[in-house]
Design a protein around this ligand. Sequence first.
Ligand code: NAD
Length: 353
Amino acid sequence: MPKFKIGVIGTGSIAQLHLGAYATNPDVEIVAVSDINAERAQAVADQFGAKRAYGDPNQLLADPEVDGVSVCTWNNTHASWSIAAVKAGKHVLVEKPISRTYGEALELQRVVEDHDRVVQVGFVRRHFPNCQVLKTFIDAGDLGDIYYAKASCIRRVGNPGGWFADKEIAGGGPLLDIGVHVIDLCWYLMGSPQATAVSGHTYAELGNRANIVNLPRYRVSDYDPTKNSVEDMANAVVRFDNGASLLIDASYSLHAIKNSIDVSVYGQKGGAELEPELKIATERHDTVVNIEPQIAARTDEITVGFRNEIANFVDASLGRAESVAPAWHGVEIMKILEGIYESADSGKEITLV
Ligand SMILES: NC(=O)c1ccc[n+]([C@@H]2O[C@H](COP(=O)([O-])OP(=O)(O)OC[C@H]3O[C@@H](n4cnc5c(N)ncnc54)[C@H](O)[C@@H]3O)[C@@H](O)[C@H]2O)c1
């Protein structure tokens, strides 16, 4: 069977994980990469044995050998490169968030609807083994209907600097960058209900804490702490059309005791904590019990998650599977995120439909 030929646009940190996963997929050949930093593109092409490195992604999209692309650029070009790729006949796996704004996401969605191409969003945590196990329990009805969920991603010293801290390029701060993962997990596990209203706050009280010397932080490829125009933290409550609600918080900078990730969903028949460890609470014979599914791949879950995500993208592109994270899911999440910023700016609850 001929290989699915891949090109990757943007060859920074996350591209390493995409390319690592493509390299181990037996159905894939990595043929080209592209980055506005042409030296970086060439180095990554050499690392992964890609035949061609382009300084301009338009050249990659014009390459007739490329069947599908990963878009791993800054947030400000997620939608535009995805649109250009679909119009060039390529399938697309676009990193999260799907775009910088809800308007850009809708523009991409319109193009998706007019073309017969797979556009998948990089909600990689859906593909982690713990989420896959919990989804199986939920789909089997073990939790009943989920009416409440909590999504929290707290970094106390976690502003990555560079473009991540530039609102013009990133579109937003921790809410859009790391909150998006846990919000999406809850929304996915809740069964993708329609969000109807949000009420949120954002704060910029501590800045990027570039002064902190005793704790390590993730730094973007082109680290620069001198600019910071994003929020330190955000919180919100989201209402859904089925009566369910979701409580959110996310931070880059906060006087918290520790970094933490919490994802919990609660239904009529059971509840579950996905993070920090998968545990399910329910009743048996008038007795409350906690179930602890044993997850084999926990220590290696990032590599496994990316391999699963890329396998799903390749299978969907080859018509062998449904995409677990189609474009419209990214669009719905952008609607919620933008609504939270709007609510924070206006000091009012925002109606979304
Ligand atoms: N799924 C995850 O868990 C996860 C984790 C980290 C980052 N991300 C996402 O991945 C994306 C990239 O993040 P990163 O950490 O790799 O950033 P990065 O800065 O390390 O890499 C981005 C690369 O894109 C290049 N680039 C920017 N604009 C471009 C353009 N118009 N055309 C071609 N190349 C361009 C940059 O030169 C850089 O090499 C972001 O959208 C981020 O939200 C996802």
